[in-house]
Design a protein around this ligand. Sequence first.
Ligand SMILES: [Zn+2]
Length: 89
Amino acid sequence: MKPMCQSCGMPLQLHDEDVRGSQADGQVSNDYCRYCYQNGHFTEPDITFEQMLSKGKTAISQGQGNPLVKSLMKATYPFMLKKCRRWQK
Ligand SMILES: [Zn+2]
């Protein structure tokens, strides 16, 4: 299983690009992507689970990949997102 962002659920290695976020000390984060986490802070600290869900689905729709794979990803996305550490209470 590839490492994924513990906030939005996207792979930290996306289409061969390293999209890991950054810690407060400038080190790369192995937990979050750069869209969610920069310089030790969440970029959107108040985002709700539902907002993240719709954001993620939009990102999948607009991203690369064939339509079949993308619709499969969108169907499984809510379950993936629920497993992320940020949304576990
Ligand atoms: Zn993320």
